[in-house]
Write a protein that binds this ligand. Structure first.
Ligand code: SD4
Length: 307
């Protein structure tokens, strides 16, 4: 058994998101409010180039956001390919609470957000535009593993990138009354094709929560996660008795088995939170870490990896 309440986020930059989520949990707020508050932190950070404001655009120069939020009892809301709205996770929550649907995409999602009163804002910052123009010179699409790590926790040999290369956040919380919730928000893979949607807004792929068992979320090359319904796989493995870390490892192994030739450019990682507060994570490549916050304080955990 683990701690309660507790919040866990992908990557070390999840520390800041966890702090916002912890404020909610410490005031006896719900896990659902906590994960939304947490996810909004990187969404509003213009220096974070793969979530919300300041996210890197697709190859045509449009910043498009994917987000999802899910509660212990199966309540679920998501948006995909949403433009011009900073807080995609909050739009996802409105989809959950104010529509009969679970997923709105593209212009429909934007129109819904505007009707709900979300402010319209250009998400392409000068820095992101400059990075995109630089990328256009070669226009080569190649995922880069672990660009999400911040400088603070960089290790010798890590790829250059630094504090401006943060990425998708997946955040899971267990509140004082024992309820679980999760959220996942991203601008997706940088310089993706127009219209591309990753794993993050898809229930069972980038995020899955089942109060009977636990919750899981994913980061990395979303296509790989979608192929195995990654987060659902992790939760089901926990249902069958695996620890959070064992469940994450088995999902990663399943992805690895599909690639007969190991690929250095593919990173895929999961974190999981069981409904008793136990946590774990596992990655395909070294370099993935996650942030945990409990009453005992905050810590960043270097996740074990397959390679
Ligand atoms: C995606 N899974 O859109 C996201 C990207 C990501 O850390 O997680 N990066 O495929």
């Amino acid at each position: 058994p683990g701690d309660r309440p507790i919040v866990i986020s992908t990557w070390d930059f999840g520390d800041a998101a966890n702090a916002a989520a912890w404020n909610v949990l410490a005031a006896e707020g719900s896990a659902l409010d906590a994960v939304e508050a947490g996810a909004r932190v990187p969404e509003a950070d213009p220096d974070n180039h793969t979530v919300g404001l300041g996210g890197y655009p697709d190859r045509d120069g449009h910043v498009t956001l994917d987000a999802c939020i899910m509660a212990h009892d199966g309540r679920l809301g998501a948006v995909a390919c949403l433009e011009d709205i900073v807080h995609a996770v909050s739009v996802a929550r409105r989809v959950m609470e104010h529509t009969p649907h679970v997923l709105l995409v593209g212009d429909g999602a934007l129109q819904f957000a505007l009707a709900q009163g979300f402010p319209r804002q250009d998400l392409l910052t000068p820095a992101a535009e400059q990075a995109w123009r630089e990328w256009l010179k070669t226009a080569e699409y190649r995922p880069q593993p672990n660009i999400e790590r911040s400088n603070r926790y960089r290790m010798p040999g890590d790829l250059p990138g630094g504090a401006t290369n943060h990425d998708t956040i997946g955040i899971l919380a267990l509140d004082g009354s024992g309820h679980l919730a999760g959220a996942c928000t991203t601008s997706g893979m940088a310089f993706k094709m127009r219209g591309r949607v990753g794993d993050s807004p898809i229930s069972g792929a980038g995020l899955f929560v089942d109060g009977e068992v636990g919750a899981a979320t994913a980061t990395g090359v979303g296509e790989e996660c979608l192929r195995i319904c990654g987060s659902h796989t992790v939760v089901e493995l926990m249902r069958h008795g695996r620890t959070p870390e064992e469940a994450c490892r088995e999902a990663v192994e399943r992805i690895a088995r599909r690639h007969r030739v190991p690929r250095d450019d593919l990173q895929m990682a999961f974190v999981a939170l069981r409904n008793d507060g136990a946590v774990g994570g596992y990655a395909l490549q070294p370099g993935f870490n996650y942030a945990v916050r409990t009453a005992a304080g905050s810590r960043v955990v270097e996740a074990p990896s397959l390679r």
